[in-house]
Design a protein around this ligand. Structure first.
Ligand code: PXP
Length: 244
């Protein structure tokens, strides 16, 4: 199972002081050296963390692959076509949100999604859609041409009790199977931590997890190499041990 390390919040820390450190580029290179299979970043419309210059510098320097998360706007499309990341993950974006709150509404804006998926794919970029574990949305993503999705694990991560968490986990399990049966590559992410990653990592159809905030938070105490090592170990253990 692959780990995409999302380094947005290294930029959050840098921007808090308006200085040049910590460097997202340095974080990307360290993450790769210590086990990240890809580097994920989100260039938000308001540039609150990652800036345009970070994206270009990181794309030039990394040796794995860049997964650029972007909203469906013409500005972001033009930007992606200039940067040419290996992957783009299309995400919904609201200016006032603290983080990406839900999956992309594909059913309700089908033609728009199809347009953006097509433009990016024609350029040779692999396109994923960040989506709720909802079968109608997944079918629409497939019909719009997407062959990769990232299931939003936020509702699972934020569940307030065991029953709610199990319910959300089941939705993700069902969605992952449905998508894989359609021939879609299934990724997942959002809100995952060392404590809640195992049940998600155990879902056999999921091939990649994208994890940011908790990894960077752990890195404050442990350093990025150790935070990544512990996360990969938790993912690997979940895959290789029988669940209780
Ligand atoms: N995947 C996508 C598509 C996201 O938008 C985000 C947040 O930027 C993440 C994964 C990572 O979420 P978190 O920072 O909660 O680990």
């Amino acid at each position: 199972m692959l780990l995409g390390v999302n380094i947005d919040h290294v930029a959050t820390l840098r921007n808090a002081r308006g200085v040049g450190y910590p460097s997202p580029l340095e974080a990307a290179l360290i993450a790769e050296t210590y086990g990240a299979n890809l580097i994920t970043l989100h260039l938000r419309e308001d540039r609150r963390h990652i800036k345009d210059a970070d994206v270009f510098a990181i794309k030039q320097a990394i040796r794995t692959r860049l997964n650029l998360e972007m909203a469906m706007t013409e500005e972001m499309l033009a930007n992606a076509l200039q940067v040419m990341p290996e992957d783009v993950c299309i995400v919904p974006e609201k200016r006032e949100e603290v983080t990406t709150e839900g999956g992309l509404e594909v059913v309700g804006q089908f033609e728009k999604v199809r347009h953006y998926v097509g433009e990016l794919q024609r350029a040779g970029i692999r396109v994923s859609i960040f989506i709720a574990p909802d079968l109608a949305q997944i079918q629409a993503a497939y019909d719009a041409g997407a062959r990769v999705i990232e299931l939003h694990t936020g509702a699972y991560a934020d569940a307030e009790n065991h029953a709610e968490r199990e319910h959300e986990l089941q939705r993700i399990q069902t969605a992952a199977k449905f998508a894989a049966d359609l021939g879609i590559t299934v990724n997942a992410g959002h809100g995952l931590t060392i404590h809640n990653v195992a049940p998600i990592a155990r879902i056999p159809q999921i091939v990649e997890l994208n994890i940011g905030h908790s990894l960077i938070a752990q890195a404050v105490f442990l350093g990025l190499p150790e935070a990544i090592r512990q996360m990969k170990e938790a993912m690997y253990r979940a895959r290789t041990t029988v669940s209780a």
